[in-house]
Design a protein around this ligand. Structure first.
Ligand SMILES: [Zn+2]
Length: 264
């Protein structure tokens, strides 16, 4: 009986949302209820230069965390991609650049509930840095005005697992893949475990994945004096995170800036 009452109430709420939608066309219906989310007006605009300039790096990270909550709760924002695409022809003012693994199970824009014009995405297996990746980040921050760099590893990363298991790609004539795995290798050094040092040891593997993302942030700072200086001045933040493929949650790491102070 109680269930029926709830259903009736839900129906009334839904009807209310419909009439609201019809009477005030300009007002977006904001709700966290997934059932009602389909009535939400699709977002048609993209980030403007002013919006980009107004946000601090910490605010942007806050927004990304909120967007990730939407993703975890299966409550992504509706977007009018055609309208956004047309507006994006005028320019782009993305708020962040995310360096992610190429893994098909890590849909970066969706993970942060973002769309056209919101973020730059750089992808390479194992989310390692190299000259081209750092060059892309310098463009995103120093030229295009993005204020946050996120190096985002993910659980069950095949590139990290292959490195841990010492897969010999070179013997299979995949020298480029071997070269990539070699760049992940130092992330394993120093990670302690009581269990076996193989990818079957999930706790150990997760620690290496976390260390790999943190180490990449450190490498980016060392490789790019421009970004390191911007970070020292508080103009940008360079942070690491890990995406949990099972829950969809992105966990940002506490990290140390150049002066050794702790930031969230
Ligand atoms: Zn991966």
């Amino acid at each position: 009986m109680k269930k029926n009452i709830n259903l009736v109430l839900a129906g009334i709420v839904l009807m209310g949302m419909v009439s609201c939608e019809q009477s005030t066309k300009e007002e977006a219906v904001v709700t966290t209820n997934t059932a009602v989310n389909t009535l939400e007006k699709p977002v048609k605009s993209i980030l403007t230069a002013e919006e980009q300039a107004d946000m601090s790096p910490a605010e942007i990270i806050g927004r990304l965390k909120k967007g990730n909550e939407n993703f975890v709760n299966n409550n992504l924002t509706r977007r009018d991609h055609s309208a956004q695409r047309r507006e994006a022809m005028l320019g782009q003012y993305p708020k962040a650049i995310v360096l992610s693994c190429v893994d098909s199970r890590v849909p970066v824009e969706d993970v942060f509930d973002l769309g056209i014009g919101d973020i730059f995405v750089a992808r390479v297996a194992g989310n390692i840095e190299n000259e081209d990746m750092v060059g892309s980040m310098e463009f995103a921050t120093a030229v295009a005005g993005s204020k946050v760099v996120i190096v985002m590893g993910h659980t069950a990363c095949g590139a990290v697992k292959s490195t841990i298991d010492q897969v010999d790609a070179a013997s299979m004539e995949m020298n480029s893949l071997q070269s990539l795995l070699n760049k992940i290798q130092p992330s394993i050094t120093g990670v302690e475990t009581d269990g076996e040092r193989s990818s079957k040891n999930v706790a150990f593997t997760n620690e290496v994945i976390e260390k790999n993302a943190i180490r990449t942030v450190k490498d980016i700072r060392e490789t790019s004096p421009v970004m390191a200086t911007m970070e020292d001045k508080g103009e940008i933040m360079i942070v690491s995170a890990v995406y949990d493929m099972e829950t969809g949650k992105v966990t940002f790491h506490d990290h140390h800036d150049h002066n050794g102070s702790q930031m969230k």
